[in-house]
Each structure stands twice: as C-alpha cells, then as structure tokens.
Design a protein around this ligand. Structure first.
Ligand SMILES: [Zn+2]
Length: 283
C-alpha cells in the first residue's frame, strides 16, 4: 500500500508531464473504483489544462483551468504509468492496454498517463478547486508532517493527556495527515519509544523529539523515491514503488540495528496492524 513518500514520488513523476499541459483525451473504462466516478468525468477533463499538481496527505490533486481539481487516491494497489513523452523524460512506447487500466489521460505533448488498479480501492473525484480543502476527505485531516503546521508545540498540544498508545495516536489522520504504519514504526524506533506506550506516560521532551524524526524518516524515503524516479525512466515508466530499507519494519526476528544492541526485532499487533520494534531500545 503506498504511503506518503510513495504518493509524493508519484506526484513528482507526474508533475513534469501534467503541469502546464492540456488533457486532450480522457478515457474512463468503468463506472467506478472504490466509489463511482463523478458524472461526465471524461467530458469535464477533456480540454482542461493542468495548472498545478499538489499533494494533501495521500491524495494527489490536479488543479484544472476549468475551476475544478481532479483528486486521485491510489488506494491499496493503484499504479500510475507514464508513456510516450516526446520531451524525452519517458521514452517508453504506449503499452498495450492492460486488464485493470481504468483511466487513461492523453496529454497535449504526447504523454499518456494510465491509472491501473487491480483491487480498485483507489478513487478519483472532481471537486471545486476553491473549496478543495473543505472536501469531506480532506477537511478531516490534521497538518502535513512535512509542513509548518506540524511543530513540537502542535504535537504536544494535540496529544496532551491522551491515554491511547502512541502508535495509534500517530496513525490518527486527525492528528497528522498521511502518516502510515511503516513510517510510524520507523519513527518510534529512532526515538526509542515503545509503540504500545500510552501517550500520557511519555514526557513532553520525548514527544517533541518525534517531530524532527517523523520528518526525517519521510524525507529519507522521499529521497529514495527520487532515485527510483531516475531509474524507472530506463525501466517501465511505472511511478511510485521503490525499494527502501527499514530499520524495524518487516524485520521480525532479525538483529536490532542499534550499535551494541544484541536483541532482535519483535512484532506485536495493535488495532489489527503489525508493529515492529526492539524491546531493548524502545521503552
Ligand atoms: Zn535494539
């Protein structure tokens, strides 16, 4: 499942082929993904020029010359493929249509963007650009972890007195937008906080210490995604999925990576999701 760094990598890959370009053809191959597509979606996209491609949490938004924005969510298995850009960034020929190609956008300069999603947990919607932040999916979100709104005083304030485990509090999208299971596990490992520790049993100094570390784990992953952007131009044009090494995530039973620690990484299940941690390094 793509997390924030993967979605940001997709956005960065799409921006040069979408921004300042006109959508000359929009092909919608089915009535819905996770939700029905908006009415007349192909007509509303055709002829529109993309002015800006931005991200809020795990949503990508394309602001259009029509006053609407196209909202894209990759869901669990959504993939974006870019082909046929004559400017030479994507030299791949258009692939033969695949089974789960649900939306195909042809851009003015010749690039084709294909959204493929076998499990169809992804979503697309059209909304008023002016009111985008009030869209029901976006209005409920807390500040962006890489934005100025996510500060030490903000985090201490929003978590004050909570009796929930820190892991759940950090995954709560009302507190921080777009932070997912993998990067919460990594941030808690780097700060030495046990994922099951209750928020009200963590000092303000330790909570504050999470802010720069959350930014750091995300930025490290986005940097890895950036290298994948350079690589896939020689590969198949697919955006967003890249190899990245984690300290604890997915490493159950393997040695802890802290120097001098002889313990192994453990896995517990919290609210139905796996938490990976080192019992010696995290308290
Ligand atoms: Zn350890």
């Amino acid at each position: 499942m793509p997390e924030l760094p993967e979605v940001e990598t997709v956005r960065r890959g799409l921006a040069p082929v979408m921004e300042e370009q006109e959508i000359v053809r929009a092909q919608i191959n089915r009535p819905d993904l996770r939700w029905p597509f908006p009415d007349h979606m192909a007509e509303r996209l055709t002829g529109a020029r993309v002015s800006r491609l931005w991200r809020r949490s795990k949503y990508i938004l394309a602001d259009l010359s029509t006053g609407e924005s196209l909202l894209i969510h990759l869901g669990m298995s959504g993939r974006m493929l870019v082909s046929g850009d004559p400017l030479g960034r994507f030299v791949h020929d258009h692939a033969a249509p695949q089974k789960h190609d649900h939306v195909v956008l042809d851009m003015g300069q010749g690039a084709r963007i294909t959204f493929n999603d076998p499990r169809r947990f992804g979503a697309m919607d059209l909304l008023s650009t002016e009111a985008a932040e009030h869209h029901p999916l976006l209005a409920v979100l807390g500040p962006e972890p890489l934005g100025n709104g996510f500060s030490e005083s903000y985090l201490i304030g929003v978590l004050k007195g909570r009796k929930t485990p820190i892991k759940s509090a950090l995954l709560d999208q009302k507190n921080i937008a777009g932070l997912g299971n993998i990067y919460v596990c990594e941030a808690l490992f780097r700060t030495g906080i046990h994922p099951a520790r209750k928020v009200n049993q963590i000092s303000e100094v330790r909570l504050a210490g999470l802010v720069p570390v959350v930014r750091e784990v995300l930025q490290d992953a986005i940097a890895a995604g950036g290298s994948s952007l350079r690589d896939f131009r020689q590969a198949d044009g697919e955006l967003g999925y890249f190899q990245h090494s984690f300290d604890v995530y997915g490493r159950e039973g393997l040695p802890c990576r802290t120097e001098g620690c002889t313990d192994t990484v453990r896995r517990i299940v919290q609210s139905g999701r796996s938490s990976f941690y080192c019992p010696s390094c995290q308290r």
